[in-house]
Ligand binder design. Sequence first.
Ligand code: CUA
Length: 314
Amino acid sequence: MAPHVDLFFYFMLAVSGFFSLLIAGLVVFFLVRYREGRPGSLREAEAAVEQSHGSGTMLLEIVWSVIPLGIAMVMFVWGTTLYFDLARPPADVLQMYVVGKQWMWKIQHPEGPREINELHVPIGRAVKLTMASEDVIHSFSIPAFRVKQDVVPGRFTQLWFEATKAGTYHLFCAEYCGTQHSGMIGHVVVMEPKDYEAWLGGGVPGQTLAQAGEKLFAERACSTCHLPTGQGRGPSLVGLFGSAVKLEGGGTVIADESYVRESILNPTAKIVAGYQPLMPTQQGLVSEEQLVALVAYIKSLSKEPGQPARTAKE
Ligand code: CUA
């Protein structure tokens, strides 16, 4: 996105610069042209005012209204288009999870590897970050990619980018979050796809994020009610993610990350049609990192089109 954002920025800079210079130049010109004591200057000024009330006024006013409106609309449409591009990740993304806390970034790859203050990504793949905060508001910022997104306690926020050049880039927290805010920094390491695969495989062999979620799902006894057969006291979660869920009392909701999160922390907020509000809240019982594991597990129970389930390295 960086070249597109930059082009837009320089366009606005050029327009602002042009009009600033034009106005400042005219101010100086008029100061000199109509200065006190210059012979005939008062008469000239009066004549100019007189003329400006003449018949050409309407045309002049239309021109100086329509042209700025046109320029402002170009900025609006261009800026909005860019904003939507930045806000809407493509369908085929690498999904990663970020948890911000005072004062570090914890990053979780679906294949299992965890990182602190480092994020390894391959070139040429769109990467989507689902982010949560354990304490206060942070902001995940990679200036080189021209992306920044607040990370807010109590909800998921998202950010996506596609790295195009191998290298190491700065990663910042861009929201003052306490005394060590300035130390909440790190690096994004962009690698050739084969190097990335090697990096993934070189980590400590362990469970994937979805497997960690599955373990937690059993430990917290979620599995006793959410039977895959749909015969349990809670609805089956197989094929849930990405589908439209009918709710008790009418209405539907698309089962995305935020819905899954809400249903874990505040189960009575949206009751699935045909079920009782029996589930106890998990608020305070699962950490943000456990939440992303549970979300990854529930996601792994359904195969969205365009988002083939990624398998762990064999
Ligand atoms: Cu986190 Cu500033």
